[in-house]
Design a protein around this ligand. Structure first.
Ligand code: CP
Length: 330
């Protein structure tokens, strides 16, 4: 049985297969590949794109989706092994996951990082709990560690624009925010771009390091794909000549000693038209959305010629129906 909770589930071969089918299907009529199939969607956190695009995948494919919002008409769920359940969490995922798996063909989960410790988030306890206790394929709609569907959509957008991503210079730049955000999206962009052969440049201020194991995984993927990964604290240096600039806010490294408010300390890291001016002439701008205008990214970039953020969001639909097919055909 296949799962898709992180890039290691599909690797470079699966990535190429999923992207190729997504691009092929986008060009044609909607295939009815999901007749009589049901997707169970469990949300611990809010969403616009992920929920709407997965519901569209199931409806267009001839299937259907059951959407459950944990704590909102659905029991609060416990994930800690051995927990004494005398709090407000009425049901353990040890029961919830296998019960849901009796009703549906696939189980999708959204569970954001708690943010207290990078190491705990890296262990991805809720997603791995569902994965361990579900008896049907489990897929991530963003977890503490990765957002694989976003990474796939990002790479599809770059491929559509440039044809190939082999050796493509791409910058993943940290952006300021009003609060610390999880690292799942930057992790997935980094991992997917590395797996797709890009020359990935990661730029962030001191104290906002990504998790060491994720960087090591990205280096290994880049080695296998013929790509590369480099790190810098100079945003302009990273952007120079880049053909993709990908901005994302994320919180400080919990090992770095910075307080949560440090996300506001570098307003000059906003992605601006001046920064885009340093990139290649044909450069595009990407962001997973939602984006805080004029905090993370200036209006001039989002409304300018570089922006592909809406295409990127559309591509969530295309990569997800291909991913669902990949999970079901195993
Ligand atoms: N990019 C993304 O996952 O969007 P939502 O949080 O709206 O689902």
């Amino acid at each position: 049985m296949r799962h898709a909770t992180g890039i290691s589930d599909f690797g470079i071969e699966g990535l190429e297969e999923i992207l190729a089918r997504a691009i092929q299907w986008k060009a044609g009529a909607h295939p009815k590949h999901l007749v009589d199939r049901i997707l169970g969607m469990v949300f611990f956190n809010p969403s616009l794109r992920t929920r709407a695009s997965f519901e569209a995948v199931m409806a267009r494919g001839g299937g259907s989706a059951i959407v459950l919002e944990v704590g909102n008409g659905v029991w609060k769920l416990e994930d800690r092994i051995g927990a004494i359940m005398d709090g407000d969490r009425a049901e353990h995922i040890k029961e919830a996951a296998p019960v849901l798996a009796r009703y549906v063909d696939l189980l999708a989960v959204r569970t954001f990082a708690a943010g207290a410790s990078d190491e705990e988030d890296h262990a991805d306890p809720v997603m791995n709990g569902f994965r361990n206790y579900s008896t049907v394929p489990t897929l991530s709609m963003e977890s503490a560690r990765e957002h694989p569907c976003q990474g796939l959509a990002d790479l599809m957008t770059a491929r559509e624009t440039f044809g190939s991503t082999q050796g493509l210079p791409v910058t993943l730049t940290w952006a300021p925010h009003i609060k610390p955000l999880p690292k799942a999206v930057p992790n997935s962009f980094l991992l997917t771009a590395a797996a797709a052969g890009c020359e990935v440049r990661v730029a962030h201020p001191e104290g906002f390091e990504l998790q060491g194991e994720v960087l090591a995984q990205a280096q290994a993927l880049a080695k296998a794909s013929g790509g590369s990964v480099s790190l810098t604290k100079d945003q302009g240096e990273a952007a120079a000549g880049s053909r993709v600039v990908y901005a994302k806010a994320w919180g400080p490294s919990t090992a770095g000693g910075l307080k949560a408010e440090a996300v506001k300390d570098h307003p000059d890291w906003i992605c601006s038209p001046e920064l885009m001016g340093k990139a290649a002439k044909d450069a595009i701008f990407m962001h997973c959305l939602p984006v805080r205008r004029n905090v993370e990214v200036a209006d001039g970039v989002l409304d300018g010629p570089w922006s592909r953020v809406v295409d990127e969001a559309e591509n969530r639909f295309h990569v997800q129906r291909s991913l669902v097919q990949w999970l079901l055909e195993a």
